[in-house]
Design a protein around this ligand. Structure first.
Ligand code: AMP
Length: 199
């Protein structure tokens, strides 16, 4: 579908523990775009005990990926709300596979996305952060599984956006404020033109 969209169309990529959720929420608030975090959507469905939640609960607990078909259904419903079409979006946790990335680009039409920010962080540091946050699906086996899946399935996704010349790589080390400043430093010129990079 090629609905005329108004606001920025952004992605945030990075392995689990890279600070993607924190930076995604901050960035979305800063830009006034909708933060569409697929993991949050799925966890909310599990907690609410909806049919979708019952279907995905065991997949989430194991650290496996939900099927592309199911994920796209969930996402389509959000991408096509007037609110998201008007304000723009920051996708967080999607696309996680090449198939999801290609489906997204098909849905967005020729303009695709404006920028994909990738937070880079060494796996050992990501694991330390994940073990410290103690989310219910953050058992060590599930963490290891998700990090392995990231390498296998999501690295090709960032390579695709790199080829499309919209990938912005950012060092994910440091405090949330430091990382946020770096993200703004690379993203603002893309969104508002090179003048905003000065000062
Ligand atoms: P996250 O909060 O992004 O770490 O996602 C938590 C869990 O939700 C993942 O481990 C997957 O089981 C599922 N999930 C989130 N996004 C996706 C996606 N794009 N494709 C498949 N599964 C997903």
């Amino acid at each position: 579908m090629t609905t005329a969209r108004h606001g920025p169309k952004l992605l945030i990529l990075g392995k689990q523990g890279s600070g993607k959720g924190t930076q995604g929420a901050r960035l979305a608030a800063h830009l006034g775009v909708r933060h569409l975090a697929t993991g949050d959507m799925l966890r909310a469905a599990v907690h609410a005990g909806t049919p979708l939640g019952r279907e995905v609960a065991t997949v989430l607990a194991a650290g496996e990926l939900v099927s592309d078909e199911l994920m796209l259904d969930v996402l389509d419903a959000r991408l096509n709300t007037p609110d998201v079409i008007w304000h723009g979006f920051l996708l967080d946790g999607f696309p996680r596979t090449l198939a999801q990335a290609e489906s997204l680009l098909e849905r967005l039409g020729p303009d695709g996305i404006d920028a994909a920010v990738e937070l880079e962080l060494a796996t050992e540091i990501a694991v330390e952060r994940l073990l410290a946050r103690a989310r219910e699906d953050d058992r060590p086996e599930a963490i290891a599984r998700r990090l392995a899946l990231y390498e296998r399935q999501t690295v090709p996704v960032s390579a695709l956006f790199d080829r499309l010349d919209v990938l912005l790589r950012v060092d994910g080390n440091g405090t949330p404020d430091e990382v946020f400043d770096r993200v703004r430093g690379v993203l603002d010129p893309v969104l508002w033109g090179t003048d905003s990079a000065v000062g």
